[in-house]
Design a protein around this ligand. Sequence first.
Ligand code: SAH
Length: 213
Amino acid sequence: MDFKKLRQEMVEVQLAGRDVRDEKVLETFLQIPRELFVLEKYRYSAYDDSPLPIGYGQTISQPYMVAKMTEILNLHKNDILLEIGSGSGYQAAIASRLCKFVYSVELVPELAEFARNNLEKAGIDNVEVICGDGSIGLEEFAPYDKIVITAAIEEVPLELFDQLKDGGCIVAPEGPRYTQQLVKYEKINNEIVKEVYFGCVFVPLRGEKGFKE
Ligand code: SAH
């Protein structure tokens, strides 16, 4: 299986072929081997245009979704990013190449371990995966330049705005259990400005401020 060729096709067709325009984001997708972040049995589907199961009822997000969220975050090389929902570690791996450091919180201990192992296999050393409830953010290393939530949330919790630096932004799929919108909240002079992108469906965020069912 020629993963490099599949990776190039994914970037051309699924990302650049749609509306991912940021050259640095496209370049990063060419560098990170997605096959290292999926379960062994899905290796040959690693470049499919869809999410894939990673166990525990969770998924690695569709490449296009990861790319759009990364593009909207507009990461800079000195940014410290907080990711909520490590899952496979793939989103963190992509982001890690575009910023200084990623703190990534994962609720399921086995998945935190999965993400750590995958990141190590990919040779990434500027991501720290922390096992815990990210629905209240991660006070310990706050404030962050950017925050990305990779699971559905009814409303972005207020704690996260407190943990965000002025000039930073939060990108998240926000809305009810089965239909969300990808949104960005920017903190500009301590005022919050919201922008709505497109409809999407993510697995639910759990924990204190997450979905209860
Ligand atoms: N970013 C991931 C996709 C994550 S799917 C990737 O690139 O593969 C969403 C993840 O959020 C799941 O792994 C799920 O276990 C996790 N999650 C759900 N609720 C959470 C919470 N309250 N805190 C941290 N992680 C949570």
